[in-house]
Design a protein around this ligand. Structure first.
Ligand code: NAD
Length: 279
């Protein structure tokens, strides 16, 4: 196994809620690979025992912040540099929330106040994070910033709702800021488009079990797990990937390149045979 890929690196990991969270797995892997980092989540999430448990397990200080608040984010970047003793080498944005999804508003019956919140929490928070870091000059040269996204930004997957719009905006922010931060500070910014994963955020999507099963069967390599995603994030934080920036990187077992599989075609044909025999 590769050892100490993140030796000497300082990071900030946003969005670990419980041991199902992708950010939780990233924190565990980053620790294993020799990184030091801080953890951040909302004040409500930080009050929960589980996040505190991760903080103890990894020796990472927990800094409460609402990722939509520029003031809170300024505190996170300033405090993290003080605690860790220098500029930040990697940042994980692993944050998403839609009240339209939670309250089961369909896409053609959106509540626009909820939509504002979806976009602010799930996408604009990424811009705020980057702008705060940029103004504080908090990220070291060749630093790496990763945000997690989903293929619904490119393709319609019924049930993903206004989160699809948030992910499209998130990916665009990664490219637009990636250009500026790359030219001026050699900081790289990418989004990782992850398979459906059974987490608190994921399981809130309507028909999520079916979506996970469909995408697992449709992907030549099967769905990527949260742990697989953490391994990829750590690789992206390491010096092995220094020239990758402004990319949306699919980490999904091949799902995003599939149209129809042999297995799905045979199942589709069978459904017609079953219907025919009923007539
Ligand atoms: N689970 C999936 O199927 C899947 C697939 C692709 C991408 N993603 C993305 O991965 C990321 C992490 O999600 P997850 O699946 O690990 O679920 P999760 O529920 O464990 O994580 C979501 C996190 O967002 C945090 N959050 C919500 N509002 C916030 C705010 N205002 N300020 C700061 N933090 C806030 C939550 O507290 C939580 O920790 C999200 O961006 C999600 O869209 C998830």
């Amino acid at each position: 196994m590769i050892q100490n890929l993140l030796e000497g690196k300082r990071g900030i990991i946003f969005g670990a809620l419980n041991d199902k969270s992708i950010a939780w797995k990233v924190a565990e892997k980053a620790k294993q690979q020799g990184a030091v980092f801080t953890l951040s989540n909302t004040a409500a999430a930080c009050r929960m025992g589980e996040v505190r448990q991760l903080s103890e397990l990894t020796g990472a200080e927990l800094i409460p912040a609402d990722a939509t608040s520029v003031e809170d984010l300024t505190t996170v970047f300033s405090r993290s540099q003080e605690i860790l003793g220098g500029k930040i080498d990697f940042v994980l944005h692993s944050i998403g929330m839609s009240l339209n999804v939670r309250k089961k508003h369909l896409y053609n019956d959106l509540d626009y106040n909820f939509l504002d919140k979806t976009l602010d929490i799930s996408a604009i928070s990424f811009h705020k994070m980057l702008q705060v870091a940029y103004k504080l000059d908090a990220i070291a040269e060749w630093g790496s910033v990763v945000a997690l996204t989903y293929v619904a930004a490119q393709r319609t997957l019924f049930g993903y709702n206004d989160m699809a719009d948030a992910k499209a905006l998130l990916e665009s922010i990664g490219r637009s800021f990636g250009y500026i931060y790359g030219c001026e500070k050699k900081v790289r910014i990418n989004t990782i488009s992850q398979s459906p994963t059974m987490t608190t955020a994921g399981s809130g999507v309507a028909g999520f079990d079916g979506l996970m099963d469909f995408s697992d069967r449709m992907s030549p390599l099967g769905n990527a797990s949260a742990e697989d995603c953490a391994n990829f994030c750590v690789t992206m934080f390491s010096d092995l990937t220094r020239k990758i920036t402004m990319q949306n990187l699919f980490h999904d077992g091949g799902f995003s390149s599939m149209g129809m599989s042999e297995r799905a075609m045979s199942q589709y044909n069978k459904s017609f045979e079953a219907n025919d025999s009923q007539k």
